[in-house]
Ligand binder design. Structure first.
Ligand SMILES: Cc1cc2nc3c(=O)[nH]c(=O)nc-3n(C[C@H](O)[C@H](O)[C@H](O)COP(=O)(O)OP(=O)(O)OC[C@H]3O[C@@H](n4cnc5c(N)ncnc54)[C@H](O)[C@@H]3O)c2cc1C
Length: 393
């Protein structure tokens, strides 16, 4: 095989996070030859450093069909990938701490029912205490989703990568895509290690995807943020499900090793040029207080590690998934706004179906990149002039 034929595939994927690797896996399952280019190493950013929450609870209505499809794949991960990625179907519970919050929960469940969704269930105080006997007594109820859970992020990314490689996917790490160009029927991608080409290009570059979309003149109102997490010392098991709160920001889970992971879309600071998120200890302190309000016995538990990962947020809090509106044979999947880990398996499958023209009942209309056509991009990051001129399709 010549060097240039090794750099040629049916599909090129830019970005080795969960979305790139899941898309590559699902394409390869259908017999497509795929190459993944990853600037650093797979799972280096959001997909490998997130809180591991596998949550359909509290999703935007537009995301629910895709999130439910993804949830099916989470439950069968071991059969599909040969590794369950540490997935535990622990259930997820969103707590109401006041009667007004419980009413908010009731209205949410009612509005989902009207849309035909019954996966979120309203529960009362006694049911909450049955599920978590250790929670503070002021909690009045909440919303329960029994089939949600959590997984181990880096294990999941690695499982997708290895399963994709077993199907023939080539993964090139330390290979940043610099310039993307479409010439005739081919996309070419320049990297420091040479040029790669394919008929179809998929951009799954997380917080950096917007810069690549700008190269084809596609505006996306998105911006990067540093999201923080903290992990405590080990403590005896006291809470099986993943917890969230209604009136304040919280995402909280205890892993089997006893450590407690505390997050909840906590925004830290970001050095985007250095590809690095930084923690803000004051904001982490507020989160720690929410946890000790709910579990006073944790008051003197030490925090072991804190970190921040880089994530892409869009202006309307919905991801960009699907075909480009500016170029042919170009697809996107990015901008998951702090909740894209759960969506990884299902979105990769759905995008592979779209690329191959397979039918699906799950609409991607709400995630169409064309919705940003009329808006100026938020906070420009190194704006790049389009390098190609291609017709709309
Ligand atoms: C702290 C934190 C906690 C979170 N908690 C949860 C949670 O509990 N549940 C949940 O569902 N979601 C959670 N999320 C969100 C979730 O992690 C992300 O939505 C998801 O991982 C995004 O995956 P991705 O593949 O789009 O992006 P990423 O994982 O960021 O992957 C993109 C990859 O593209 C690479 N790349 C960028 N530019 C280029 C280029 N030019 N060439 C080649 N490669 C490139 C990057 O190096 C990176 O590896 C959390 C996120 C963070 C940061």
């Amino acid at each position: 095989m010549t060097e240039s034929s090794q750099r040629q595939s049916d599909v090129l994927v830019i970005g080795g996070g969960i979305h790139g690797l899941s898309t590559a896996f699902h394409l390869a399952q259908r017999g497509v030859s795929v190459t993944v280019l990853e600037a650093e190493y797979c799972g280096r950013h959001a997909s490998g450093v997130n809180a591991g929450g596998v949550r359909t609870l509290g999703r935007h209505a537009e995301e629910i069909p895709l999130a439910l499809a993804s949830r099916k794949l989470w439950h069968g991960l071991r059969e599909t990938l040969g590794d369950d990625g540490g997935f535990v179907a622990s259930g997820q519970l969103k707590l109401a701490e006041t009667p007004a919050e419980l009413e908010e929960c009731r209205l949410r469940v009612q509005s989902l029912k009207a849309l035909g969704f019954d996966h979120e269930v309203l529960i009362d105080q006694a049911q909450v205490f049955d599920i978590i006997p250790t929670v503070a007594r002021h909690v009045v109820g909440g919303i329960w989703v029994k089939d949600d859970g959590y997984a181990v992020p880096y294990k999941v990314v690695t499982a997708f990568r290895l399963a994709a490689e077993r199907l023939g996917v080539k993964v090139h790490e330390k290979t940043p895509a610099h310039r993307i160009e479409q010439r005739g029927q081919q996309w070419t991608v320049s990297t420091p290690g040479g040029v790669y080409s394919a008929e179809h290009l998929v951009i799954t570059a997380g917080a950096w995807a917007r810069e690549l979309a700008a190269q084809v003149g596609e505006p996306v109102a998105a911006h990067p943020e540093g999201l923080m997490l903290m992990v405590t010392h080990r403590v005896a098991p006291f809470c099986a499900p993943v917890l969230g709160a209604t009136g304040r920001s919280l995402s909280f889970k205890q892993f089997a090793n006893g450590t407690v992971v505390i997050g909840g879309k906590l925004i830290g600071s970001l050095d985007f040029a250095a590809r690095h998120g930084e923690v803000d200890m004051t904001r982490l302190g507020t989160s720690a207080r929410t946890v000790t309000d709910l579990f006073p016995h944790l008051k003197h538990l030490g925090v072991n590690r804190v970190w921040a990962g880089v994530e892409a947020f869009t202006a309307d809090d919905l991801p960009v998934i699907g075909a480009s509106r500016k170029a042919s044979n170009l697809s996107y999947s990015f901008g998951f706004c702090g909740s894209g880990f759960q969506m990884g398996p299902g979105t990769g499958q759905r995008l592979a179906q779209q690329i191959l023209g397979e039918h699906s009942d799950i609409s991607l209309d709400a995630f169409d990149v064309g919705r940003f056509d009329s808006v100026a991009s938020a906070s420009p990051i190194n704006p790049v002039q389009p390098v190609i001129s291609v017709p709309h399709h």
